[in-house]
Design a protein around this ligand. Structure first.
Ligand SMILES: NC(=O)c1ccc[n+]([C@@H]2O[C@H](COP(=O)([O-])OP(=O)(O)OC[C@H]3O[C@@H](n4cnc5c(N)ncnc54)[C@H](O)[C@@H]3O)[C@@H](O)[C@H]2O)c1
Length: 311
């Protein structure tokens, strides 16, 4: 069985753990956290798992097919490096690291040790995003002209800023959806530049023939996860906060202003983390490679770095 170790059982770790425990392909074997009360909670929820306070003890005593790193962002690089050096595959929470140099170092190490690095960008595994990907691919409503993404409210973090915490979701989504297009220009705006860990940002990205506007804000009274896609013949809204009707398609009628018909399609509602886990399984065991490979992950960090250089 493909044994899994989860490192970090704070806010996001339990969500990953629940999905791994429900997986047909992986065996939730061990959980590690520095905090004893978190470990107590883990043991209560999963009585059969082994628990560790030090991940180095866990990897010394067991062979894991996959190690999941869900600790604070600034710890990812060091822990991932250690896991890869021990010849184990890793799934690292986004962001993998905060600069391209570290990402490329980890790529080199992974190649040398013949293991794979996966990054948790959950939205690219969502039914909604994959539905829109098909619309773009098959040109159903014509060309995609512009996109607006609004992502507001999230836990405020001390070790990073809103750009590396929330904008990275949008950059991963648009790198995935617009993989055939090139970025021609970038214009980011930070609203409170003097703050080290700024909370609000807008980014304009011009791809060939598609303009993208991204607005991210940690501090907001309402939680928003909304993307608007403007095609030649329809406007498509994707609201990841909706439980069932995540996609709404407004088809333009007779090319008149403000005259639309509404269609709400059925989409795959599988939890994105489960789709990610299945992707990892096929990628490791069947050596199947699709669009979500090392090149894709590196491109996301490259784009993040390009934008950061303009902040
Ligand atoms: N993919 C997503 O949509 C998504 C959502 C939320 C968070 N995240 C990412 O997940 C990561 C964790 O975020 P969080 O909100 O769960 O943080 P958190 O602070 O709630 O949890 C982190 C946990 O890691 C533990 N920890 C810290 N250092 C450790 C170490 N060396 N060994 C073992 N345990 C250690 C802490 O005790 C804590 O319990 C961040 O990088 C964040 O960006 C991703």
């Amino acid at each position: 069985m493909n044994n899994v170790l989860i490192i970090g059982y704070g806010y996001w770790g339990p969500k990953l753990t629940r999905n791994f425990s429900n997986s047909n392909y992986f065996n939730l074997h061990s959980i590690c956290d520095l905090n004893n009360s978190k470990l107590k909670e883990a043991k209560k929820n999963y009585p059969n798992v082994k628990i560790y306070t030090n991940y180095q003890d866990a990897i010394r005593n067991n062979k894991f097919q996959l190690v999941v790193i869900s600790t604070p962002t600034t710890t990812h690089y060091k822990i991932a490096k250690k896991i890869i050096q021990n010849k184990m595959n890793v799934l690292v929470e986004k962001p993998l690291c905060l600069n391209l140099k570290e990402h490329l170092n980890l790529n080199r190490l992974a190649k040398y040790n013949k293991v794979k690095i996966f990054i948790d960008y959950p939205f690219i595994h969502s039914g909604g995003i994959n539905y829109v990907k098909e619309l773009i691919k098959n040109n159903k409503y014509g060309k995609i002209n512009s996109i607006e993404s609004y992502r507001e409210q999230a836990p405020i973090r001390k070790d990073t800023d809103v750009f590396w915490d929330l904008s990275i979701h949008d950059i991963s989504i648009f790198s995935y959806l617009l993989s055939k297009k090139r970025i021609l220009s970038i214009k980011p705006i930070i609203y409170n530049k003097k703050q080290k860990n700024f909370k609000k940002i807008s980014i304009f990205l011009q791809y060939n023939n598609t303009n993208v506007f991204i607005k991210n804000n940690w501090d907001s009274p309402t939680k928003i996860r909304l993307i608007k896609f403007v095609f030649d013949k329809a406007i498509v809204y994707l609201d990841e906060n909706e439980t069932l009707y995540k996609i709404k398609i407004y088809k333009k009628l007779n090319n008149q202003f403000n005259n639309y018909s509404l269609e709400v399609p059925n989409i795959d509602l599988t939890e994105p983390l489960m789709n990610l886990i299945n992707h990892i399984y096929y990628s490791i065991t069947k050596n199947k490679n699709n669009l979500l490979n090392e090149k894709f992950y590196t491109n996301v960090t490259k784009t993040m770095t390009m934008i950061q250089n303009r902040l």
